[in-house]
Write a protein that binds this ligand. Sequence first.
Ligand code: PNS
Length: 161
Amino acid sequence: MHTIKAIYPGTFDPLTNGHLDLIARGAKIVDQLVVAILRNSEKGTPLFTVPEREEMIFGNVSVTTFDGLLVDFARQQGAKAVLRGIRAISDYEYEFQMAMMNRKLDPELETLFMMPAEKYTYVSSRLIKGVFQLGGDVTALVPPLVVERLKAKVPNRLQVD
Ligand code: PNS
């Protein structure tokens, strides 16, 4: 029998409802989905530590962390595919480059793209952090546990609620 294991890699700093939406969609299509948090992101100092980010992902999907090349990690895991979300055309260029580079590095690994629900097309971890730090309400856009952890992590934000 043919089973498909896929990796859903990312920074997840923090997890958003858009990520959860994609995890749910991906888990319906592939047999095994591994959410993989990049340990050393090039995106600068993260707001949340890796164990904190791991804890904020729930559901019946396995969660792990990785370092180094995604293609090496995927091979180690015996995964045939990488799952990535595309929200808008602006994501396309970055995603296309990564998919092509990953294909060059490992021609056997396919990248699968899925689109999150329309209502999450503008949601990103970067915007969530920025809006929250300035006192904005992000409760409809991230899981309740993430709101709790944001409040604990950024206690001196401007209070509007
Ligand atoms: O959530 P992000 O930041 O968009 O995820 C980016 C991620 C983690 C998928 C990407 O940076 C990655 O795969 N990094 C691992 C290093 C690697 O394989 N680089 C070459 C990719 S072309």
